[in-house]
Design a protein around this ligand. Structure first.
Ligand SMILES: Cc1ncc(C[n+]2csc(CCOP(=O)(O)OP(=O)(O)O)c2C)c(N)n1
Ligand SMILES: [Mg+2]
Length: 373
């Protein structure tokens, strides 16, 4: 099937990371020249900077990645479960693709998507047997086509933007990625900030992104980061969390104090249960019911627990604050006051065809460049 395919695509799910199969996947791609799309939990399983990396698929993946999936003729899905955030409408999902599904959990096979070749096995074992038997094929037509589609990208090149005086979550995440050289362990919560993290922090290494995935558990990030720091005491750990989710488990700030642990906390404070506000904006005529939200003074909260607390309201203050947090000996919290009504683009509406995405409007403030506009 792999040799016969003209437009194949590999899906890397969390199973690749759990199986310890990341270097085998690299070898598979080197031999086969097949591009790789990742699930949210698969990020880092294949390096984001690799020329064959397509990035995240699905609801908040790039439109061109989803288009490539819809037009593919073979999907090789490794350690993922075709959940609804990945497939959109199952009836119109990748209609011309043959599907191979390598998955350890038999309950996930033929559950959402009926596949042509299910392989219930350890990915590492499968790749070990498969890779030596994969011959090189000229994939240039398919790869050139994807490259053309790539021109249509919704994730903005933040670095080339001039500072328009406003602070966006995308700035915070992108700068955090640059400042930490992409090497920090990021523990993200649930909401818009989680999707911006997935889009703007480029994960080149496995096991550096911890997030609750399909469980969607607000309040997860701070306690999970405590676990990450216990497990990896010499690694830099950053919590990326919303103002909503943070308030669910902020009492764990005292656990950090009590255990003498250092983590860095970036609160993406937009004054809303932002992901729900976005759905209200797109699908419910901007009826912002129960989503505008107040918060306590997070800087004072941090200080009350004996931690460093900082606030950032402009992009120009961002780097210094992040550096101060990193060099602090104990836990540091930064309250990033970001644009309140920004949205995550692009977006496949729940249950829609994967190719039917809502794009960033041309009037989006994130596209403004320069104070004079
Ligand atoms: C415990 C829990 N309650 C409710 C939800 C539904 N939910 C998903 S995202 C979200 C909003 C999150 O708001 P915030 O933490 O401020 O993050 P933002 O989307 O603004 O970045 C809600 C309420 C959830 N996932 N988990
Ligand atoms: Mg919020």
């Amino acid at each position: 099937m792999i040799h016969a395919a003209k437009r194949p695509i590999i899906f890397a799910g969390q199973g690749v990371i759990q199986a310890g199969a990341t270097s085998l996947l690299l070898e598979f791609v080197r031999r086969s020249d097949i591009p790789v799309a990742a699930t949210l939990l698969g990020l880092g399983g294949f390096p984001a900077s690799h020329p064959r990396a397509l990035g995240m698929m699905g609801m908040h993946g790039e439109a061109w990645v989803n288009k490539a999936i819809q037009e593919s003729d073979l999907i090789i899905a490794l350690g993922m479960r075709f959940d609804d955030r990945v497939t959109g409408n199952l009836k119109t999902y990748a209609p011309n693709a043959k599907k191979i599904h390598v998955e350890l959990d038999p309950a996930e096979v033929n559950k959402n998507v009926v596949v042509d070749l299910p392989i219930v096995a350890d990915i590492k074992e499968v790749l070990r047997l498969l890779v030596p038997n994969v011959d090189a094929r000229d994939r240039s037509e398919w790869l050139d086509y994807i490259h053309q589609l790539r021109g249509d990208s919704a994730v903005i090149d933040i670095q080339s933007m001039t500072d328009n005086g406003k602070l966006y979550a995308a700035h915070v995440i992108h700068d955090l990625w640059r400042i930490t050289d992409g090497k920090a362990i990021i523990v993200s919560d649930v909401g818009q900030h989680q999707m911006w993290e997935a889009q703007y922090y480029r994960h080149d290494y496995p096991r550096k992104l911890i997030t609750s995935g399909g469980l969607g558990t607000m309040g997860f990030a701070l306690p999970a980061a405590i676990g990450a720091r216990f497990a990896c005491p010499t690694e830099e750990v950053w919590v990326v969390v919303g103002d909503g989710g943070f308030q669910m488990t902020q009492a764990e700030l005292q656990t950090l104090t009590q255990e003498g642990l250092k983590v860095n906390i970036a609160i993406i404070n937009n004054g809303y249960l932002g992901m729900v506000r976005q759905w209200q904006e797109f699908f419910y005529n901007r009826r912002y019911v129960s989503t505008p939200m107040t918060s306590p003074d997070f800087v004072k909260i941090a200080e009350a627990h004996g931690h460093l607390g900082l606030r950032v309201t402009k992009r120009s203050e961002l780097r210094a604050a992040v550096e101060q947090a990193r060099s602090a000996s104990g836990t540091a919290l930064i309250d990033f006051r970001v644009e309140q009504e920004d949205s995550v683009y692009p977006m496949v509406p729940s249950g829609a065809d994967l190719a039917d995405m809502i794009r960033r409007p041309k009037t989006s403030q994130l596209l403004e460049s320069g104070e004079d506009q």
